[in-house]
Design a protein. Structure first.
Length: 372
């Protein structure tokens, strides 16, 4: 077991694409925060604000943003996607290009724009041998936005976001990235991958809590996003409660309408500290080795792989079907026996992280075979 984790030895945890277990330092940060809040209330608020600032700095480094001021702390991926959908100045006849298999959050927000005359065009990944080329082929002169997940939640297919970002730039199309299934598992750098919007909640590959998401909007576009949430916290002069006039904060704080999620901030700051200390390349290599091993085991067991085989086409998600059984039944049996996984993409979804003990992979496949 990795020294930073203290998972129940009876559990095989292959479910980071859903909700990750917390590192011990995150558990300690939350316990410490709770104890402090209980004994002192908000007495040490200035220190908490330092933790908040550290989180923004870590998040900025994680994605290659220029400064902590570019990071907004939102409540979910869905909220960030909604800010983009509701904030851009759409014209009747505009279109958005996306993928048919997207998670509902990355579809519903764009579907709401139909009432404003905006068309949603979705590529069926199942029919595409070259998704980047096919996505771009769906674009035309009225395409305003490409809205995709970095890694698909169902079968884990990874897109070449750098290729899409460059092509979008050339064509004047904005690129909105739902990064929740990639960030924390794979290295990312805005300098090489110049998307326009990026959002990811903390509870999957970032090993943090639910209810706290990192949102980045290209600074030059910040003013173009019409704000849809308002309150004391998003104004430039945040402490001046008596002032009647106000303007939105110049920084990304303009997207944070009210009181911060201080409990979540303490948790995510601790989680990101572990990711940073470990290093994005080390993490990606460890995940790749685990997924590679799972593929071997899936092949040996005679199961049907649903995820891509090419390493560049996947991240931490490995989905497969076990022929001849009800996949939902199998999933429920495995969960009952302590194998934490998911039923997605037409089969079982296993998603190990860098800390997953390698021995757990063989045990998970063995348990699957025994359950049949
Ligand atoms: C691709 C993708 N986007 C968004 C979400 C949901 O994110 P949130 O709950 O932060 O809105 C998920 C969760 O499974 C997901 O897989």
């Amino acid at each position: 077991m990795h020294p930073d984790f203290d998972l129940d030895p009876d559990i095989l945890y292959l479910n980071h694409a859903a909700i990750a277990p917390w590192p011990q330092r995150t558990v300690a940060a939350v316990a410490g925060f709770a104890a402090e809040q209980g004994r002192l209330g908000s007495r040490r608020y200035p220190v908490w604000l330092e933790v908040e600032q550290r989180l923004r700095e870590r998040a900025a480094r994680l994605i290659g943003a220029r400064s902590a001021e570019e990071i907004a702390l939102l409540k979910s991926t869905s909220e960030g996607l909604s800010f983009v959908a509701q904030g851009l100045a759409w014209q009747v006849g505009d279109n958005i290009v996306s993928i048919a298999q997207e998670f509902p959050s990355n579809r519903i927000v764009w579907q709401t724009l139909a009432e404003r005359g905006v068309e949603l065009r979705a590529l069926d990944l199942a029919l595409s041998a070259d998704p980047e080329a096919d996505l771009l082929a769906l674009c035309d002169a009225r395409t305003r936005l490409l809205a995709v997940s970095w890694v698909q939640y169902g079968r884990g297919q990874r897109l070449d976001i750098a290729r899409l970002a460059t092509a979008c730039r050339d064509r004047g199309i904005l690129l909105c990235l739902d990064a929740i299934q990639g960030l924390g598992a794979l290295p990312f750098d805005l300098a090489e991958t110049p998307v326009d919007f990026l959002v990811a909640d903390g509870h999957k590959w970032l090993l943090g809590p639910e209810g706290l998401a990192l949102f980045w909007c290209r600074p030059a576009l910040r003013e173009q996003l019409r704000l849809t949430e308002f309150g004391w916290h998003m104004v430039e002069d945040m402490g001046a409660f008596d002032r009647q006039d106000w303007r939105p904060a110049a920084s990304a704080r303009r997207f944070e309408c009210g009181s911060p999620n201080m409990l979540g901030i303490h948790a995510l700051e601790a989680s990101l500290s572990l990711l940073e200390e470990t290093g994005a390349e080390t993490i990606a290599t460890a995940i790749e080795a685990r997924v590679e091993r799972l593929i071997e085991l899936v092949d040996q067991a005679g199961f049907e792989l649903l995820s891509p085989r090419l390493p560049l086409r996947r991240a931490g998600i490995l989905s497969f079907r076990v022929p001849g059984v009800d996949q939902q039944w199998l999933y429920q049996q495995l969960m009952k026996q302590g194998l934490m996984c998911a039923s997605r993409g037409g089969g079982l979804r296993f998603s190990p992280h860098f800390h997953t003990p390698e021995a757990h992979l063989a045990r998970a496949i063995e348990l699957t075979k025994q359950t049949l």
